[in-house]
Design a protein around this ligand. Structure first.
Ligand code: PLP
Length: 347
């Protein structure tokens, strides 16, 4: 790899191998009805429409991570997550596309019905181990132990952590952010704010870094779905530094102005808060676009709250990243049904 600090981020990215798991670009759409209601121009980047097994953010991430695995001769992907893990769905789909084996360790949490993402994981035939823990972050040790067993059986497993975030997978959202910048230029849109969900912070860190490096300096806003602010900031620093190293960037360009909000999480990760369910209902009825109760619905709840607080003047341009996750609505159907009753949609 060329090591020159002044190398263009696009050039530096192009030196990393990647698998082709989804067609790109995904659409960047103006939402006319929502924009009219809020008096703000809202644009939605439709990464829910990546074309691997019901879509989402993971194909972009896995393209770079799996290329690393292939270079090491991997033949099996091993990962872990919550019972409604989007990452488990898309890692299984990617393994099938490559003709590789796939094993997933999933927590037996309250969303363990054979529905939504979990249903698709079984359909695509990953070897599933259900572990009786409420916290899917505890599963890493067992997943690594399983990799050792697989090696003893003559396989060559590649472990991908919860949510699929690694320094290489973050490159997927450097690429995603460059794609957005190209689309904004084509559509002649100048942004006043950007929103993304913040889980492990892989997407947020990679997009923030890319936008700042390319000179886009509007407020960049993350809505946390599981972690308090201090942990989010620590994650941001980790992925920021890792990416600067991979891309030969000196990392001294400023991150600011950015914000991470941790008050939309609810009681815990995956809690379908009232504001989140209202946000899902609102976008569905305004634009016919579905959000999920874990990531994109929370992000929309944060954006709508800010908008209602009068944060954006009329005519400002706001971009939201729809990172997918929609299959989870089928596992959450009872809560969603109750919410529809509460709001008088069902009687
Ligand atoms: C649908 C969806 N959106 C967003 C995220 C969060 O991405 P990150 O962990 O990079 O913050 C995830 C992570 O699992 C996800 O499944």
């Amino acid at each position: 790899m060329t090591s020159a600090y002044n190398m263009n981020i696009r050039q530096a990215l192009s030196e990393y191998p990647k698998e082709n798991l989804t067609s790109k670009p995904t659409p960047l759409q103006f939402l006319p009805h929502l924009s009219e209601k809020l008096q703000v121009n809202v644009y939605l980047k439709r990464d829910d429409l990546t074309d691997l097994a019901l879509g989402g953010d993971k194909p972009r991430k896995l393209e770079y991570e799996i290329a690393q695995a292939r270079a090491k001769g991997a033949d099996t992907l091993v990962t872990c997550g919550s019972s409604q893990s989007n990452h488990a769905r898309l890692t299984t789909a990617a393994a099938r596309k490559l003709g590789w084996g796939c094993e997933v360790l999933l927590s037996h949490d309250q969303w363990h019905a054979i529905q939504g993402n979990l249903l698709t994981v079984y359909l695509m035939g990953a070897k599933v181990t259900v572990v009786h823990t409420d916290d899917h972050w505890d599963l890493e040790e067992q997943a690594l132990a399983r990799c050792e067993q697989l090696k003893a059986e003559g396989k060559n497993p590649h472990y991908i952590p919860v949510s699929g975030t690694t320094k290489f997978s973050c490159l997927g959202y450097v690429s995603g952010a460059l794609e957005i910048l190209d689309q904004l230029a084509e559509q002649e849109v100048t942004l006043d704010a950007v929103y993304t969900p913040f889980g492990t912070g892989g997407i947020f860190s990679a997009m923030l870094l890319t936008f700042r490096e390319k000179g886009l300096d509007c407020p960049f806003i993350g809505i946390s779905v599981n972690r308090k602010l201090d942990q989010c900031l620590a994650n941001l620093q980790t992925w920021w530094s890792a990416l600067c190293e991979l891309l030969n960037l000196d990392g001294i360009f400023p991150k600011k102005p950015f914000e991470i909000h941790d008050q939309y999480i609810g009681k815990e990760y995956g809690d379908p808060t009232e504001a989140c369910l209202d946000a899902i209902l609102f976008l569905a009825r305004t634009e016919g676009i579905l959000l999920d109760p874990v990531y994109s619905g929370k992000m929309m709840a944060g954006f709508l709250a800010h908008s209602q607080e009068g944060r954006f003047q009329a005519g400002k341009n706001v971009l939201l990243l729809h990172s997918g996750g929609v299959p989870a609505i089928f596992a959450y159907h009872k809560v969603i049904e109750e919410h529809l009753r509460k709001r008088g949609v069902l009687t």
